[in-house]
Design a protein around this ligand. Structure first.
Ligand SMILES: [Zn+2]
Length: 412
């Protein structure tokens, strides 16, 4: 058993308790007790540490990352979704080539900002072994993408091979999921096949949905950017969308899913999505860079859809620091009371995604996994707005524990 304490313990429990001079007693499996550090210290433990001027939070969760694109720094075009997608198509191969070192660096960056669990979208399986061998808890989403029916069989075989490989690695720290890339990039047979696999293995599904107005124009009016896209890249003059919005959403009616982005929903879409077993994941910086807009968080509240925040990949972000992402959200949503918003945002990178990823973490409570992040925040012991100040100032973890073990991030 170990005991750690800090100036403030942010539990993210039902009451959002913040314990000043708090402590956590834990072993490798789970949290045994939480309370005041001095009370817990009364018994004699071998391993005791108090972190002065620090905050302990549940280890953070980044629910949507494309690690395979970690080589991108400045190769892609931002400011317009179509320009960005064109640049992805043109640079995709070179960005994916020899990406192992960049993926490892991205993993270190992820751990360094206090993330202990991730939802990783994998297009080719290039990140499978690296992620499986990392200290992170991983929900590994095998992605399916493809438009030309001629290649359906090959795509299904390749997808199935990747899926089977990842399923073999299933462990308490590693689970498989399925990602349907998006309605514009996936024909109906491939989507149905992937959904069938998800049902068969009871896997969480992820999809990008209505990320751009170009996608909306395509699904609703069958025109705009994507008409030219299919002509330019697939030599298809007569391309038509594979779905209406409704028929795409129907695919998910019996699944548990994460819908990523959802920037261009109308009231009917909101109503339909709110009836599915779905959470929406928002990636504010990616949305700002590609689509000049932020997710309608207020509307999501009306439909009781809880917000989850993630970074997306380096293909549409300047880094994978979930705390930088949280800060962007904190400043972007000016209509909310800042202290209440800080709580919402912290939940969106801890407790809420934990409910979907199911690693028994995301909040600090007896019986939960011993996954915590510790951050130094100057003068936090005298602070009356701990959560807001944590989000304003935390950048790099002091220490990160996953399954009760301190992770040696520098030497990982
Ligand atoms: Zn994405």
């Amino acid at each position: 058993m170990k005991l750690i304490g800090a100036s403030a313990v942010i539990t993210c429990d039902d009451n959002f308790s913040v314990i000043k001079d708090g402590g956590i007693l834990f072993d490798e499996n789970k949290i045994i007790k939480i309370g005041k550090f001095n009370e817990l210290k009364k018994m004699q433990y071998i391993d005791v540490r108090f972190y002065e001027s620090c905050v302990i939070t549940p280890s953070l969760i980044n629910t949507h990352i494309h690690f395979e694109f970690s080589q991108n720094t400045s190769s892609l075009n931002y400011g317009n979704f179509g320009e960005w997608l064109d640049s992805v198509i043109l640079k995709r191969e070179s960005l994916m080539k020899d990406s192992s070192d960049a993926i490892k660096t991205a993993l270190k960056e992820t751990l360094s900002c206090g993330v202990g669990s991730v939802g990783a979208i994998s297009s080719n399986g290039l990140d499978l072994e690296i992620l499986n061998q990392s200290p992170l808890k991983v929900l590994f989403f095998n992605e399916i993408i493809g438009t030309n029916k001629e290649y359906n069989e090959k795509i299904m075989n390749d997808f199935n091979e990747r899926l089977e490989k990842s399923l073999l690695l299933t462990s308490p720290n590693f689970k498989s999921g399925i990602a349907l890339h998006s309605p514009y990039s996936l024909n109906f047979e491939l989507a149905s096949y992937a959904i069938k696999k998800a049902m068969e293995h009871k896997l969480l599904v992820s999809t990008h949905f209505l990320e751009s107005k170009e996608e909306l124009m395509w699904l609703e009016y069958k025109k705009g950017y994507f008409k030219k896209f299919f002509k330019r890249f697939f030599n298809d003059e007569n391309a038509l969308p594979y779905y209406s919005k409704e028929s795409f959403l129907r695919l998910f009616k019996n699944c548990e899913s994460l819908f990523v982005h959802c920037l261009f929903l109308n009231n009917d879409d909101w109503a339909t999505i709110s009836k599915l077993n779905v959470d929406i994941v928002s990636c504010p910086r990616s949305n700002r860079l590609l689509n000049n807009r932020y997710f309608d968080f207020l509307k999501a509240k009306d439909y009781r859809l809880p917000l989850i925040i993630a970074t997306d990949g380096k293909s549409s972000n300047n880094n994978l620091n979930i705390l930088d992402e949280a800060r962007v959200a904190l400043f972007a949503y000016e209509q909310f009371n800042i202290n209440n918003l800080a709580k919402e945002i912290l939940l969106s990178i801890t407790r809420r995604p934990a409910k979907r990823l199911r690693f028994n973490n995301g909040f600090l409570e007896k019986g939960r996994a011993s996954d915590f992040a510790i951050f130094y925040i100057k003068d936090i012991e005298n602070c009356s707005q701990v959560i807001l100040n944590f989000l304003l100032h935390a950048k790099k973890v002091e220490d990160l524990y996953i399954n009760g073990k301190r992770i040696d991030i520098e030497n990982y």
